[in-house]
Every structure is written in structure tokens, then in C-alpha cells.
Design a protein around this ligand. Structure first.
Ligand SMILES: Nc1ncnc2c1ncn2[C@@H]1O[C@H](COP(=O)(O)OP(=O)(O)OP(=O)(O)O)[C@@H](O)[C@H]1O
Ligand SMILES: [Mg+2]
Length: 361
């Protein structure tokens, strides 16, 4: 198995620049998840690693080898796509072994590797079936099996579970986590799913318009986002953002007013150096960090409540630019159309510069 090193990787399609110079280190055996909005370059970056696209500039190293100009089949990577395109006329075993057979691997070796992959993926009893006799999750496992038999140094997954229903996704997510543990392989995984990203990743890479915004463990990104984009992207439901106005600034603290929601100023243990009274900031607070006994009190009208059983989300000002989502936990005493006064602690909120969108620390 191997780590990866991407250095100043750029990719343009014609005169459209898609990847703007990505530097990224991935450790041997690490599970890395790429997240970001549609079109930000996740698949392109994965395809560059696979060699399905050629880099415009920069270098790509797998293990100690520079593979920037190496043929895809020689890179030691295997990719699993969202659409798994199995050969309908071949059995499960034949589908898994086909690539090896085409590469001239001896039959006994093919059978051994298919057998081992089937064992890992619990496909043993299904080896003689045709794809149409399998469930969606079983087909996806065959597609993963096809990559396992190649014994790659690096597995690349491009939204492999997005065609599956919710229950199956959960099951396959656990199986992929187990697969990673069993094989101790380096894996790069693209997903839109917050829970997949948070639960599977050793390291999340947040991408935006072809650039890396922040890299870190799921909890690091959740607790310590560098900017509004990452703060809003990691965590579900999304972080709330409110306008805040500096009232008092010192090198060790900042007092801000939250004119749209609160009568009382909030004090933060954040450096107010370079700021002055009247400067505009953005205050971020996660839905789950509201609590009745929070220091900073806000009041808002609740438009809609979604009861999910164990938790309830209240939505306020849902038709405005700055709506709020509040996690009410198990409190069912609040009704739609009512005013709600609730609080949060300044220590669980974040402040951002309004212009640069960077976090104030
Ligand atoms: N072959 C191509 N020619 C021109 N532009 C391309 C090509 N492939 C991708 N792009 C553009 O590159 C950008 C990044 O695409 P990419 O498929 O990597 O996005 P993504 O992050 O995977 O999005 P999604 O979440 O929708 O899958 C998009 O703007 C896309 O239109
Ligand atoms: Mg994609």
C-alpha cells in the first residue's frame, strides 16, 4: 500500500481552468474524503489520480513513484464509480475476474483472488448468479470486488453509494469502513453525503471551485473551520449565519451586537485587533448549539417545525435571506407561528470577517 503526494496539480479543459493548483499529502492507509458543491472538481481530481485525465501541470506521486505520466493501468489504482456497469451476461465471479483474465493472469490466480474478494464482501453464495439476479447493494459489492481483485495500492471511489436507497447506503457505508480496516488500503472517496464524509474519513478535503478550502479530520473541520464556506459545508443541518456589528474591540476580546435577533451584545474571546466599532462581521452558530440556558439570548418567530421523533428542527424567517434552523432536541412545547426565545453560548459560536469570510480567532 502507498500514500500519495499531489504537488501544484492543475487541470484545464481547453481554456477552462478546473483545478487551480492542488497540494495534498495522503498517508499510507489513510481514508480521505473529497467533499464540495457540484462542479467543484472532485471527480476531476480523482480521475487525475487514476490517470483517466492528464494533468495540465504539477506532479503526482504514489508511494515513492512519480506517476504523473504513467499509464492508468500501471499506477496501482482501482476506481469504483457511481454507475457500476457490470457485464449482464457474465456471472458475479466472471465479472470480478474479467479484468485480470484480460491482463493474462493465470486462471488459478484469478480464482484465488476472486474467492478472497468474495469472502471479504460476503458474495460467496452469489458467485454463479448474473447481475440481474442481484440487489442494488449486491451489485455495488461486485463492482467493489472487481477493484479488490486487482490488489491496487490505492482505491478511488466516486460516489459509489449514491444510487442506493437510504437503508442500503447505511449498510454499505459500514461495509466500506470494514473493508478499509481489513485491507488497510489507502482510499480516496468522493461523496455528497455529510454522514458518509463524517463517519468514513480520517481526513476530509473540502473543495470549492477547483481549490482546497481546508483539510482536516472530520471533527477538526466541525470544531475549527477556517472560513464561512467550510463552516457552512461541514455539519448538518447547516450552520446558521447572522449579521453582527462590532461594538467594542480589544486585542483579546470582541463584543458584537446581533441586531436582527438580539437585544443584548455578545462577548467573544477572539482577537479584535484591526477591528473597530461599527465593523460588520458574520456570526455562525450550529443548529445543535442553541440551548434554553445559553448566555446570548435571541428571539425569533418560528415558521415551520419538523418533528423527526428524537429531535425537532424549528425554522424561522424561512422566507428571508438569513433564516435560522434551531435544533429543539426533544422539546415539543414550541409551536409554529410562535415567538421563541432561546440562547447559545459565545464559546460555541464563530465569528467571521464579512469581506474575506475568514474566521476570526
Ligand atoms: N471533459 C470535460 N470538458 C470540459 N469541462 C469539464 C470536463 N469534465 C469536467 N468539466 C468541468 O469541470 C468542472 C468540475 O467537474 P467535476 O466533474 O470534477 O465536478 P464534481 O465536483 O465531481 O461535481 P459533481 O458533484 O456534480 O459530480 C465542472 O465545471 C465541469 O463542467
Ligand atoms: Mg463528480
Amino acid at each position: 500500500m502507498s500514500g500519495l503526494e499531489l504537488t501544484s496539480v492543475k487541470k484545464s479543459f481547453g481554456d477552462i481552468d478546473v483545478i487551480h493548483g492542488v497540494d495534498l499529502s495522503i498517508d499510507d492507509g489513510e481514508f480521505v474524503v473529497f467533499v464540495g458543491p457540484s462542479g467543484c472538481g472532485k471527480s476531476t481530481l480523482l480521475r487525475l489520480v487514476a490517470g483517466l485525465e492528464e494533468t495540465t501541470s504539477g506532479t503526482l506521486q504514489i508511494g515513492s513513484r512519480d506517476v504523473t505520466h504513467v499509464d492508468p493501468s500501471e499506477r496501482g489504482v482501482a476506481m469504483v464509480f457511481q454507475s457500476y456497469a457490470l457485464y449482464p451476461h457474465m456471472s458475479v465471479a466472471e465479472n470480478m475476474g474479467f479484468g485480470l483474465k484480460m491482463n493474462g493472469v493465470a486462471k488459478q490466480e484469478v480464482d484465488d483472488r476472486v474467492g478472497k474478494a468474495a469472502e471479504i464482501l460476503h458474495l460467496g453464495p452469489l458467485l454463479e448468479r448474473k447481475p440481474k439476479q442481484l440487489s442494488g447493494g449486491q451489485r455495488q459489492r461486485v463492482a467493489i470486488g472487481r477493484s479488490i481483485v486487482r490488489q491496487p495500492q490505492v482505491f478511488l471511489f466516486d460516489e459509489p453509494l449514491s444510487n442506493l436507497d437510504a437503508e442500503l447506503r447505511v449498510q454499505m457505508r459500514l461495509e466500506i469502513a470494514k473493508l478499509h480496516k481489513d485491507l488497510s488500503a489507502t482510499m480516496i472517496y468522493v461523496t455528497h453525503d455529510q454522514v458518509e464524509a463524517m463517519t468514513l474519513a480520517d481526513k476530509i478535503v473540502v473543495l470549492r471551485a477547483g481549490r482546497i478550502e481546508q483539510v482536516g479530520s472530520p471533527i477538526h473541520l466541525y470544531d475549527d473551520p477556517d472560513n464561512i464556506f467550510v463552516a457552512g459545508f461541514i455539519g448538518s443541518p447547516r450552520m446558521n449565519f447572522m449579521n453582527a456589528i462590532v461594538q467594542d474591540a480589544s486585542p483579546t476580546s470582541l463584543t458584537v451586537a446581533i441586531p436582527d435577533y438580539s437585544q443584548t451584545p455578545a462577548k467573544f474571546a477572539v482577537s479584535g485587533a484591526n477591528l473597530k466599532s461599527g465593523d460588520e462581521l458574520v456570526l455562525g452558530i450550529r443548529p445543535e448549539h442553541f440551548r434554553p440556558d445559553g448566555d446570548v439570548k435571541i428571539t425569533t418567530n418560528i415558521d415551520v417545525i419538523e418533528n423527526l421523533g428524537g429531535t425537532s428542527y424549528a425554522y424561522s424567517r424561512s422566507d428571508e435571506a438569513e433564516p435560522l434552523t434551531i435544533d429543539l432536541k426533544e422539546d415539543r412545547s414550541i409551536n409554529e407561528g410562535q415567538a421563541l426565545t432561546i440562547g447559545f453560548n459565545a464559546t460555541s459560536a464563530f465569528l467571521f470577517d464579512k469581506q474575506s469570510e475568514k474566521r476570526l480567532r
